[in-house]
Design a protein around this ligand. Sequence first.
Ligand code: FE2
Length: 298
Amino acid sequence: MKYMNCQDENRFSGNSEKMNTYYDFYTIKFEDFSVLNSSSKSKVFFDNKLIVLKSDHPVSIKKIKTLCSSFGKLYQNEKGNNFFIDNDPFVLRISNNSNSKSIKGLFHNFPLHWHNDFAHTPGDFHGTALYNYRNGEKAQMQFIDTQEAYKGLEISIKKRYEDLCLPHKISKKSLIEKTLSPAEERLLKMKQYKIKGYFPHNYLNDPVMRPLFPTHPVTKKQSIYLSPTTVDSSFLGKDYSSILNHCLKYVKSFTWDKYDLLLIDNLSLMHARSAFSGDRELHRIQFNYENAKYIDRA
Ligand SMILES: [Fe+2]
């Protein structure tokens, strides 16, 4: 499938002049965070939207799953997925493992453009745990604080779209003008050929509707849920690029350290990743927020 290589970074990443790039992420030792009670964990996570859990030794999948479970249920990926870690349907391998001839990472080493994890998948597993298993620093990640972006958005635009839900799906239209990752190609191929049974991705035929300005189920704060990679932006007309350019004022860059674990709230942030070369492997778990206990002491 041939698409223009994304030289036009403005569509997704913006140019550097527009970016307000800074590096202040909440950081805590994995072991210190793990022993917090449930409401303290939620307070730290949801107030900061992204937290970096540091460790000076490898962190087991079992410990990461236990931690994610304190916020809610873990998302079980469909059978037939080639990217499971140790045949565990809750844990996906992200990025490329060049030790193997076949591609072993969900998104290979392509640039990943702005998106919210889980946007096109039914359900509300908006929490991401992303673990630097090996060489995460080979690619930088960028985050947009969409909660702050909502606060700064023009009131007229907020009012115009206050009740709007937008369709999200992987489609040629949503992916035009960019290079497709193997995972995106796989999704499109399944959609095109309607492969059933072995890859039961029936949802690919129907978009998932998401509010443009969702109210967070835990903090009750609003954000902009744009996910440019998956959204059908035609409902916003010219306002789409205005809203995206506004979001690009709230970019933060993140560089991985060894054994870092990120917890990402996809209802308060969207993210992108640069391309890379070589061997890099991250592990990902999605979780929902049904166990989250949050007391707003602000
Ligand atoms: Fe992602």
